[in-house]
Design a protein around this ligand. Structure first.
Ligand code: SF4
Length: 177
């Protein structure tokens, strides 16, 4: 089923982001993962490679996973929208709505123990609320799914204090798995 979602994403033309992408970026990881990480959208490196979180933000995520004793291969990583918005702008409502079925299918197929939301855009899209600064490290339940909130790793690249908080959040997430 994850394979079918992947194939659909790769050839998807449901919104205008298909016109400017180099590659669509389907989710990647273990289809039996206990946790799914959801970011905002692919960036430049991801668009070039067709893989999620392989740029500098992805390295931060990998480092935090490693410190938490979680192997990157054991998790599943995806984004709210699967194609890069031009100049990394925030994906708009139309694009998020067009792409939503893929995200819902990924979650319902994998059935993870926890869905980890990375940053305000993902939080707004999925939970209808942002405020990551206030809610990071917390679990929010909605429609039978447990969501864990933390910062987007791109936000911590130049902020040491936030980087420590992000790592602590991922360590505490690891203990819940
Ligand atoms: S962003 Fe999502 S809905 Fe839009 S073209 Fe890409 S895969 Fe399709």
């Amino acid at each position: 089923m994850i394979f079918e979602i992947r194939e659909s994403v790769i050839k998807c033309t449901k919104c205008d982001l298909c016109k400017t992408r180099t590659n669509a970026v389907p989710g990647k990881g273990d289809q039996n993962a206990k946790v799914i990480f959801i970011g905002e959208a692919p960036g430049r490196t991801e668009d070039m490679k067709g893989e999620p979180f392989v740029g500098s933000a992805g390295k931060k995520l990998s480092d935090a996973l490693s410190k938490a004793g979680i192997s990157r291969e054991s998790v599943y990583i995806t984004n709210v929208v699967k194609c890069r918005p031009p100049n990394n702008r925030v994906p708009n409502e139309i694009e998020r709505a067009a792409c939503r079925a893929y995200l819902d299918a990924e979650i319902s197929t994998i059935k993870p123990k926890i869905v980890c939301i990375l940053g305000n855009t993902a939080s707004n899209s999925i939970l209808g609320q942002g405020e990551i600064t206030k809610n990071h490290g917390k679990i929010i339940e909605k429609e039978g799914i447990r969501y864990f909130l933390t910062f987007h790793p791109a936000a911590i690249i130049y902020n040491q204090e936030l980087a420590r908080t992000f790592e602590e959040d991922i360590i505490s997430l690891g203990k819940m798995l």
